[in-house]
Design a binder for this molecule. Structure first.
Ligand code: FAD
Length: 171
């Protein structure tokens, strides 16, 4: 089954709750999302929920960092700034990095009143970090079937693949 075109579907048991999720390119979904999620869930031997079920969802901002993320009125950080890896849709690491810089730039600006200090919070420099990932995302978007994706994951299990994944996904 190819229910999450372009992204991933997951089932995670955190010991207390089961998380079943699905993310993909909306323009390539073959059925409404709730139906795809149900189909995906049915393909795993998950027990019936023993308590309340919570549902949530929404778009993930994978289009890259916004051009303008700072002004004397405020700074954008994390998801609000579009700081989400185009490849993995993960945003925790970039959010933490940006927060540190945002706090330091804000402190310097409030202390000095010099608006040029804000230029240190530079979207262009941060956007460069995403270039390789954006290119890989475009490549991944061309994958139209599970076979090629399986092959790619097999490659990621080799020593070279693991090293590449570590560099691309976790730095
Ligand atoms: C299911 C799921 C799994 C994920 N897994 C990963 C992962 O494995 N690795 C990874 O790197 N990233 C992951 N992410 C993405 C990651 O969670 C986000 O990129 C990250 O949390 C962004 O941080 P943020 O502070 O920018 O935004 P958020 O964490 O969304 O924080 C925004 C906060 O603002 C609050 N808020 C919103 N509007 C208002 C308002 N008007 N007034 C006051 N408060 C408001 C919200 O309640 C929220 O607490 C996942 C996301 C989801 C949904």
């Amino acid at each position: 089954m190819w229910s999450a075109p372009g992204y991933i579907a997951w089932v995670i048991d955190d010991g207390e709750h089961a998380h079943v999720g699905l993310a993909g390119r909306a323009d390539r979904f073959t059925a409404p999302l709730p139906q795809l999620l149900q189909r995906f869930r049915d393909s795993f031997p998950t027990p019936e929920p023993a308590g309340p079920v919570q549902r949530r969802g929404g778009p993930i901002p994978v289009g890259g960092l916004l051009r303008r993320i700072v002004s004397p009125q405020g700074l954008l950080v994390g998801d609000a700034a579009g700081a989400v890896s185009p490849l993995t849709a993960g945003g925790l690491d970039p959010c933490m990095r940006m927060s540190e810089l945002a706090a330091s730039v804000t402190f310097d600006y409030l202390r000095s009143g010099n608006r040029y200090v804000l230029e240190h919070y530079d979207a262009a420099a941060m956007r460069r970090r995403y270039l390789v990932r954006s290119t890989m995302r475009r490549g991944l978007s061309l994958v139209r079937g599970p076979g090629l994706a399986e092959l790619a994951f097999t490659g990621l299990r080799t020593p070279i693949g693991k090293a590449a994944a570590k560099r691309i996904l976790f730095t």
